[in-house]
Design a binder for this molecule. Structure first.
Ligand code: IVH
Length: 678
């Protein structure tokens, strides 16, 4: 970007030169891991640049001084992708890959053994970067592929992304680069260690954390995370001629100072592609980023153009998906855990085993029926399966243990000793409620969690101490804690106690949806809570609502209505709500919303197959909170079918009726677009 200012030419030149040098060192340090100067020398350059920019009014958005982030934006602006950001078809086995190859050969009217560019499929978030005259002008999310969000302010904080392209010949050009933003495994472990220490809680996985980070309105939050980017293609390009192959294009991106994946390879024919995928699978654990397969793309651009694309995906590329990983492990014991609402769940304690990218030492067995179906006893060896970021699952007993012991539901709650009672055929429950320390602890944890009252710094360890010492007997007690009380606990200095007290105070200012979530009513997660808040506008009408009127809320069926009604019928719960309000917890009053004001009002969805990144219930709740109806079967009147993996007859019917079908990725983008993202 040129510099317009009255500053003397010599100063302008120095500013230009400092920016170039800083960007060069930035790349050497962050992207190439080959620092050429010490941290102190680097800082000195930055300090000098900052001083000159501020003294002579030479600040510019593409200056490296801007990488620390700036004040929050009021909202996101929509960006239209001139060339849609497509999704990829998937191949799960050799046969599907060979079919892909056969299609490519047929469509391109070419010989066998065309060249393909194979790359790891990075499990991150797709973005588009626009460089005009070589300067970074805009960064955008993929969104639904046609419309994304402007995230330029966050993109500028990512050190992997040059603010200007290296080289000279960019005048008059407009270059759109696409790639994946992600958090490396090491970076993720480091921020989780920090979060555990500071807040007592951790982020679930690198992908979701990266997705959350690039959609921050306050870019200072983004700047705190070590996000990285690998570029994999060009979008719309004007004012320059491009090479005819992807491989040469990658070299060009490298020369411009953009990061590309060094683990790419040129493979002739499906055979070589398959052996690339096999090797990549072996290498998977040693890579510093999460991958879920490989992307196989036809190398020649002229052939890519000849093949073209469907509305969803290009015909010249395919994603090879890794199979779910399976390992065997010994079941050391089966313990019973008490959940927040008293459900007692059997959990297998395993000999630690590394599967699907993580070390697994516990696996939920869900309920006694599951144990019966598996025929599992403590001491057996089992097969553990884990795919992507899905929770590990025990799929079968592979070897019966010598001294195997049958698993028996205890007669007394392992946490409080109250009698355990059957709840239907397969579930068991401790009814002691907040008298049970396990339930009390989890009630407080849930109350303080991000989606509820969001009390930063109130971590699991501290909650254990607060509940254990009886300082906190119910959640209202949290608002009675003083800085002195807090400072008395382990690992709590004066400073962190004061900070936590301020966070507790701050949490009093909340929303009705968060407050309802925080109460922990059975089956009422944040989506249902938001729907209740939308519908009733305030808590009084909700307290008096009948089971029938509760069912008018889009997200609420009879069972949930009974839970809500039951909760508000208990005097101890009403007393707790009153106590919380007395301590100053408050929310702005909402206007009860008419259901048809919601974005998906009047539309019917059907969910089928397995979703990897959310449970079916969550997906359903999200859709309902956006006003949609979720039906169990597909008809001509269905608006859209969300098809996870291994979808069967419902998907076939949807195809037959030519309905709109969203795979998981498209569904997530769709939710994001309609404001229903997690
Ligand atoms: S090429 C037409 N290369 O996978 C799309 N995509 O399922 C061309 N992805 O949205 C994409 N690593 O975000 C390509 N090396 C890679 C990739 C990659 C991850 C993501 C990308 C895309 C999704 C498609």
């Amino acid at each position: 970007m040129s510099i317009h200012s009255d500053a003397p030419a010599v100063i302008r030149q120095e500013v230009e030169s400092l920016r170039r040098r800083i960007e060069h060192h930035n790349r050497q340090y962050h992207s190439l891991d080959r620092p050429e100067v010490s941290d102190a020398e680097f800082d000195a350059l930055l300090v000098r640049l900052e001083a000159l920019e501020s003294r002579y009014g030479l600040q510019s958005p593409d200056s490296p001084t801007q990488r620390v982030g700036s004040a929050p934006l009021p909202g996101f602006v929509t960006v239209r992708h001139e060339l849609p950001m497509l999704s990829l078809d998937k191949a799960f086995d050799e046969e599907e890959l060979r079919q892909f190859e056969a299609r490519v050969i047929r469509w391109s009217e070419s010989e066998d053994d065309l060249e393909y560019c194979c790359e790891p499929k990075v499990d991150g978030v797709a973005v588009s970067l626009l460089y005009r005259d070589g300067a970074l002008e805009r960064g955008a999310t993929r969104g639904d592929g046609l419309n994304g969000e402007d995230i330029t302010h966050n993109i500028r904080t990512i050190h992997d992304i040059p603010l200007r392209l290296a080289g000279e010949r960019f005048a008059g050009t407009s270059i759109e680069v696409r790639g994946e933003i992600f958090l490396g495994k090491q970076g993720f472990a480091a921020i989780n260690a920090r979060a555990r220490e500071a807040e007592g809680r951790t982020y679930i996985n690198p992908r979701n954390t990266a997705a959350g980070a690039i959609r921050q309105l306050d870019s200072r939050n983004t700047a705190r995370l070590p996000l990285q980017m690998l570029c994999y293609s060009l979008g719309q390009v004007e004012g320059m001629t491009l090479p005819n192959t992807l491989f040469e294009t990658f070299d060009l991106l490298d020369q411009w100072g953009l990061n590309t994946n060094a683990d790419r390879a040129l493979c002739a024919g499906a055979g070589q592609c398959l052996s690339y995928c096999g090797k990549l699978l072996q290498k998977r654990e040693s890579l510093d980023y999460e991958i879920d397969g490989a992307v196989i793309k036809l190398n020649r651009r002229d052939l890519q153009q000849k093949l073209g694309q469907t509305t969803r995906s290009p015909r010249w590329a395919i994603a090879w998906k890794f199979p779910a990983e399976e390992k065997s492990a010994k079941v050391l014991a089966v313990d019973f855990q008490v959940g927040r609402t008293g459900t007692i769940t059997p959990v297998a304690r395993l000999e630690p085993v590394f599967v699907g990218g993580v070390t697994v030492s516990n696996a939920t067995l869900h309920n006694m029926e599951e144990i019966r179906k598996l025929g599992l006893c403590a001491g057996d060896t089992v097969i553990v399966r884990r795919a992507g970021d899905v929770i590990p699952k025990i799929v079968q007993v592979s070897e019966e243990g010598a001294g195997r012991e049958a698993v028996v539901m205890p007669g007394e709650c392992p946490a409080c000793g109250s009698p355990v009672e059957a709840d239907g055929e397969v579930h068991f429950r401790c009814h002691a409620g907040l008298f049970c320390p396990a339930q009390r602890r989890q009630a407080v944890e849930h109350f303080a969690s991000r989606q509820a009252m969001d009390i930063e710094g109130l971590g699991v360890k501290l909650i254990e101490q607060l509940v254990g010492s009886e300082k906190v007997r119910n959640v209202a007690d949290l608002y009675r804690l003083t800085v002195e009380d807090l400072a008395g606990f382990e690992r709590m200095g004066e400073k962190s106690a004061a900070k936590l007290a301020a966070a507790i105070e701050q949490s009093k200012q909340t929303t009705l949806g968060r407050f309802l979530t925080a109460l922990g009513i059975r089956e009422v997660g944040d989506a249902t809570a938001a729907a209740l808040a939308d519908h009733f506008g305030d808590i009084e009408p909700l307290l008096g609502a009948s089971i029938e009127s509760l069912q008018e809320v889009p997200d609420v069926g009879e069972v949930v209505a009974r839970h809500i009604h039951g909760f508000f019928s208990r005097s101890d719960n009403l007393a707790l709500i009153a106590a919380l309000r007395e301590t100053g917890v408050h929310w702005p009053l909402g206007q009860p919303k008419e259901p048809d004001e919601k974005p998906l009002a009047g539309q019917t969805f059907v969910l089928t197959g397995t979703l990897a990144r959310m449970t079916r219930n969550d997906a359903k709740a999200k859709l309902i909170s956006l006003g949609a109806k979720v039906a169990g079967s597909v008809s001509k009147r269905t608006h859209c079918v969300v098809a996870g993996e291994n979808a069967g007859s419902k998907l076939a019917r949807a195809r037959e009726f030519e309905l709109r079908i969203l795979d998981e990725e498209a569904f997530l983008a769709f939710l994001e677009e309609h404001g229903g993202a997690a």
